[in-house]
Structure formats: C-alpha cells, structure tokens
Design a protein around this ligand. Structure first.
Ligand code: BGC
Length: 733
C-alpha cells in the first residue's frame, strides 16, 4: 500500500468512527421543520417492524427478467408502505433524463427524454435546468412514480467516463448549481429526486470493487464540493451512495462520506439509499449512515436491512435510536417533497409540450466549437449534403439505466446485441427531416456515410456538407479511447478534403479527439440530443436559434495530456467483466485539480477549453472590477453585443488564490443581448472557491492576500484580469 493512501485511510476512518457513534445515537431533529414534525407524529404510532420495513425496497421488475412485485408499476424498485400508516408506497424509477422502462416492462412505458445531463449543464442556464427537471418530474408523477433516481453529480475526472453524459462536467460549482437546479425542478412536481452517485464514482471500470483513493481535503474541494452545492441548490429528498469504495471503504458504509460530511457537516436531513447492489453489510452500513437498502432482494448478496439488521438491533449492535433516525429521515422526505399530500395522479403525458422542453434544452446546450468563414448559419437556399449518423431517422442516446424508451419507437435496428446495454437507441427525431422542414427552399440530399467514396461524391456536388458523427457511451463501461465511432474520422477527413465547407455535428457522450479539426469549417457538439434533438439541431444550423452552449469539459488534444493517460484495466470486453474487474485502487494524486485545473497547473494547451463556445454574434466585455464588501467578493463588468444578431453570452469569472495553485471558476452570468445592447453584470463569488478546506479543523479557510480575478470566455482566457486583497477568514463547513 502506498504511504499517501494509508494517510487518507487513517484520517477518513478515524474521523468517521467518531461521528458514527454520535449520529447513531442522536435521532435526527430539526426544530421547527414541519416535515420533521409530521414524520415524528406518524412514526410515534408505528411498530418497530413497520419502521424496519421502510428501510428496504424490493426490485421493481425488469432486472434480469424479473417481474414487477404486487403493487409495483414496473421500475427500478418498489417499497410498500406499512398498512394504515397513511404513507404512500414508493414507486421508484430511473432516472435523470426521463422515465425509464427497464426491459420494456410497462406496456405504456415510453417517455420524453431530455438531452444528456452534459448538454443541460452546457447551457449554464439554471432556469433551463430547473424547467428540464420539472418536465421529467411531471412525467414521473403522471406515470405513477414518486421517487426519481436522478440527478447525477459525479465530476468528470476522466473524459472517457462511461456515464459522463449523465453528469454535468468537471467543475464543482458548475456541476452543483446545474444539477441542483434540475433536482429542484423534479421536486417541484411532488417527486423526490435522488442526488447520486455519492461519491467518487467518476469511472465505470471496476466500479463495483475499485477504491478511489484521494486526500479527503482534496475531495472536499472537488467532488464533494459539487455534491455540497447541488444539495444546497436542490434539497434532494434522497442521496444515493455509490458502488465503489472511497479510500478503501465502500461508499455505502463509509462513515466519513455519510455521517461526517453529508449528515454532520452539511446538515443533510433526508435519507441515503444504496445503489443497486452497493450494500455490503447490515450493522456496519447502518452505523456508517446508510438509511435504506435498495432492491435488496435481488441486487445485493443478501437482504441486509431485513432480518440481519433486526438481529443487530436485538443484539445491541445497532441502537434502536439509529433505526428511528433512519425511518425519520425517510418519512421526513416524503412530507417535505409533498409525496403524502400530492400522490401521483396518472394521466397521459403531454408529449408535445414536454418534447418542446427537451428541444429547448438541447438548443441551449449544444456547443458551437468552430465556425470558419461563418459557414454557419446555413443558407436556406443552399445545396446541402447531409451525411451519416443515421441523421435521416433520428439521434443517438446514451445507454444504461438513464435510457428512456422513445415515444414512437426505436428507429435504427442494430445487430441485436444481447449483452448490456444492448444496441444504441436512436430517438425518432430526424435532423434531416427537420432541416428540410426548416429550409424548404434548400436542396438537401442524404448519404448514410457507410461508403466513403459515395459520401465524397455527395459532398462534391453540394455547397455545404454536414456530417453527423456519433460516439455511443453507456453505463458500466468507460470508453476505451476518445475516438468517434466506426469510420467517422476517416469519413470526415475525406469529405472535408472534397468540400472545404464541411460542418460536423457530433452526437457524443464525452469529449472526443478531432484529428480533422483544422480541415473542417464548422463543428457543432450536440451531445446526446434527446427527444427534440433533430429539430433543435436543424434550428441551430439554420440560425433560427443561436448556439449558446459552453463546454463544461475540457477537450484535450491527446490522451497523453490527461492526469491519467490510461484507465487501468479498461478494454472493450464484456461490460460485466469490466464492472467487477479486480479489486483495484485508483489514486487520484491530482487531488482537486480536475479537468481545466489540471491543464492550468501543468501549462497544457487543450484542443477546446472548459467554458468555450461560439455563437452567431460577437460580444465585448470591459470595466472589470472586483470589490470585497460585507465578506463577499463581487465582480462587476460590462458586456456588449458587438455583432448584428441577438445572442447569449456566458462571461465567466475565474479566481486565483494568493498562495498559487490552479485557477477556479468563481461564477458566471448568462446574458441575452440584442445587437448593440450592453449590460452591467455583477457576479458574486462563492467564498468556498476562495478558500482551502482545513481538514484538521473541519472548516474552510480563506487565506489573506491578493487574489487574482479573471473575466473570460473560457478557462484559458487571460485577456482581462484584476486583483483584490482579501483578509483571512474561516467558514463553517
Ligand atoms: C445505477 C443507478 C441506477 C440503479 C437503478 C444502478 O446500476 O448505477 O444509477 O439508479 O442501477 O437502476
């Protein structure tokens, strides 16, 4: 064992054990909280057996061919409320992009899917994220579900992560605010939203066994800060602990994560549920802070939170007060999120309205990376060769438990892969058809791109070629490399050689390498575009809406630039092997310098930096000033639309601490401006971004000295900078 790792383990374990004792013996109490009070009243009349039954959900059906339990609708899990308690049964469904229908178990299980979480995050628009969350929350409620298993807030420590598309990106502030806003939206519909996967589940390789080893201080300043901000922003009723170990201990029995950080430091009043198969013990997990075992009848090696936990209580290994606390936290969330007073009322989905929400989300989240010679927006009368990516029928989506059954069915028949996650699913929102509808006077041809020579001929005969390229990523396995799928790189290079006015539309789950970047005129990163994706892309390409997305992940020039150039053990083999791959440790020695911070610290030049994104107009900023008043750092500046079209700018504020280190995103503003219009903007910097976490005293400490403040269009923009002196200050955790 490495020395550094030993230190992490000792500090985390020592800290956690102390608190485990306190938390286990003090039933949760928040005076004056009506939900807490109501929960207390219900539980006062409940038998110990009934309380215990709240701590264990069963498989909801679809898992390895299982059927829905009596009362269950067919979903990830089901929990029958104790008879006569007045509490609702819990109908628990995946996930963060829409309502999942595992193994097509429900006959009417199709739903509207948002674009990937990465796309929503790339809008940098908290109102949009809230609206997107409200849309899927509403669909959950109308489908009979009252617990949704999203949003995901793991940081992108590696651009090959199989589930990055479900998350928000590499920055803790950005992730916390965007995912927190989605959660708030879901919960506005009387549906509990679940912040997951807590914590450090940043990779899929060996996810069931691997230990993410990291200095707890660095973890508090990076991944955990993202969760903390998401929690404050969204107040999720539940938090899902992850599969992996963190500093050697499984996340679902990790007292440092659950008791010390989540419940003690962050005062989290809700409950912790395990990921499916992530519970490994009864007393140990309960004492560490796990409150509910998920789908424990099928997913875990044994049903821990039933007879085994009852025996622990009887033998005095777990005090009854801890069981009371677990039940209190669960029932409190049911009251706090309106599940008791507003039970789901099943109704047909409003597909038209909901698809429009998904479409707008995609319109805001797609990122224009390149636009040489203003190749975009496209002329409505151009001859356009659309090539590849199944653009004639639909848009690709990510695989795994966030996958939604498309309304209208799947439109691309794959080879029929039996292994998880099956063939990629395409939503029937055709970019080609939408382009034709958007520009009826254009002459638009389609070539599938499978034969490069034919695609080149089509491109030659057109004014502009638009190549659609995909990268399918999915839960359970990381991308073994950063390439687009199939022949896309060769296809794009050949088409670009034939027609310099080539635009690439990428539908990817992750950043990809773009060896052809400098030979194409335009690149639009559309991520996984969701149910309204085809229309959104067409409207962006023709300028009906201007792109306004900005990257929340660094696009490297090569994998050698990454903090971990190789993912140990990753192969393109069977996904189940990958998840359980040997008991490995991954030492995150880059600490809190994730993504752009790693690039900054090491003076590496990315292909496209974090925060970057173009649009169809231009902006100028000036008047940058930073002031510290009433313990608050406020940054002000002016932004002006200097172009000829209306547009949205996302100016970003980065800060540098007096004692050095990489720059950090401190805040941003999304500003919509007409041509010639200008506005004064003020951004308040979250004090935790100005601080170091002081592990010894368990608090944040702002050092005194001169802080640098950058105003930028991305994390590498050095053009405008001021500095400001701050006094030393400490903040409670
Ligand atoms: C995933 C979770 C999901 C759960 C239930 C797990 O494999 O990691 O994100 O919510 O399954 O389907």
């Amino acid at each position: 064992m490495k020395l550094s790792r030993k230190i992490f383990l000792l500090s985390a374990v020592a800290c956690g054990m102390m608190v485990a004792h306190d938390a286990a013996h003090a039933a949760h109490h928040a005076p004056g909280d009506p939900a807490d009070e109501k929960a207390r009243q219900v539980l006062a009349h409940m038998s110990p057996e009934d309380k215990m039954s709240l701590l264990f959900s069963v498989d909801g059906g679809g898992f390895n061919g299982s059927v829905a339990p009596p009362g269950g609708l067919g979903s990830a899990a089901y929990l029958r409320a104790p008879a006569g308690s007045g509490l609702p049964d819990l109908q628990i469904s995946d996930a963060g992009l829409g309502i999942r229908n595992p193994a097509h178990i429900r006959k009417d299980g199709a739903a509207v899917s948002l674009p990937s979480g990465l796309s929503t995050a790339s809008s940098w628009d908290m109102d949009m994220a809230r609206e997107a969350g409200a849309m899927i929350g509403r669909e959950a409620w109308q489908s009979g579900f009252n617990v949704l298993l999203g949003g995901g807030a793991d940081l992108t420590r590696d651009p090959r992560g199989g589930r990055n598309f479900e998350y928000a990106g590499e920055d803790p502030l950005q992730t916390g605010r965007m995912v927190g806003s989605t959660i708030a939206g879901v919960q506005s519909q009387h549906v509990i939203s679940t912040l997951k996967h807590y914590a450090m589940n940043d990779l899929e390789t060996s996810r069931m066994t691997m230990s993410a080893d990291i200095d707890p201080v660095a973890m508090r300043e990076s991944d955990l800060l993202g969760f903390e901000i998401a929690l404050e922003t969204g107040h999720p009723g539940s938090v899902m602990c992850s599969y992996n170990r963190v500093n050697d201990l499984y996340a679902c029995e990790n007292p440092y994560l659950l008791n010390t950080t989540l419940k003690q430091d962050w005062h989290y009043p809700g409950f912790v549920m395990s990921d499916w198969g992530a519970t490994h013990s009864s007393a140990r997990a309960a004492l560490a802070g796990l409150d509910q075992e998920s789908a424990g009848d099928h997913a875990d090696a044994r049903p821990y939170f039933q007879a085994l936990l009852a025996a622990d209580v009887k033998a005095g290994r777990v005090p009854q007060s801890r069981i009371d606390d677990m039940a209190q936290r669960i029932v409190r969330s049911l009251f706090a999120q309106g599940l008791v007073d507003h039970p789901p009322r099943r109704a047909p989905l409003d597909v038209v309205t909901d698809t429009l929400v998904a479409q707008r989300d995609e319109e805001e989240g797609a990122v224009l990376l390149r636009n040489e010679g203003n190749v975009l927006p496209l002329s409505p009368t151009a001859r356009i060769a659309v090539i590849g990516g199944h653009a004639d029928v639909g848009v690709i989506s990510g695989g795994g438990s966030s996958q939604v059954d498309p309304i209208g069915g799947e439109v691309v028949k794959g080879p029929g892969k039996k292994d998880w996650p099956g063939d990629p699913v395409y939503f029937p929102s055709s970019p080609l058809k939408a382009m034709r509808a958007e520009a009826p006077s254009a002459h638009i041809t389609y070539d599938p791109g499978t034969n490069i020579a034919a695609a080149v001929r089509a491109a030659r005969a057109a004014d502009v070629a638009v190549v659609y390229a995909t990268q399918f990523t999915f839960e359970g396995m990381d991308a073994p490399n950063m390439h687009l799928d199939g022949n896309a790189d060769a296809l794009i290079a050949a088409v670009a050689a034939a027609n310099p006015r080539t635009v690439v539309v990428m539908e990817t789950g992750d950043p990809v390498l773009m060896p052809w970047n400098s030979s194409v005129a335009g690149v639009l990163e559309a991520w996984f575009p969701g149910s309204g994706g085809g229309t959104a892309i067409a409207r962006l390409l023709f300028g009906k809406v201007a792109p306004s997305g900005h990257l929340t992940m660094t696009f490297p020039q090569a994998e050698s630039q990454l903090a971990h150039p190789d993912i140990a053990g990753v192969t393109a083999n069977n996904v189940f092997e990958m998840q359980f791959h040997t008991d490995q440790e991954l030492v995150y020695d880059e600490g809190s310098d994730v993504g752009y911070r790693w690039f900054d610290r090491n003076h590496l030049k990315p292909l496209y930096p974090f925060g970057y994104g173009l649009t169809y107009t231009t902006f100028a900023t000036d008047g940058l000033a930073a002031g510290y008043h009433h313990k608050q750092l406020t940054v002000t500046f002016n932004v002006r639309n200097t172009g000829t079209r209306p547009g949205v700018d996302v100016p970003q504020v980065y800060v540098g601490l007096p004692d050095g280190g990489a720059r950090r995103l401190g805040g941003w503003q999304r500003v919509t401006l007409a041509p010639g219009e200008s506005r004064q903007v003020s951004v308040q910097v979250d004090p935790r971004l100005l601080a170091h976490f002081d592990g010894r005293h368990d608090r944040w400490a702002i050092p005194s000295g001169r802080f640098r403040v950058w105003l930028g269009t991305s994390a590498v923009d050095d053009s405008q900078q001021v500095s400001v002196h701050l006094p030393a200050r400490t903040l409670a955790p």
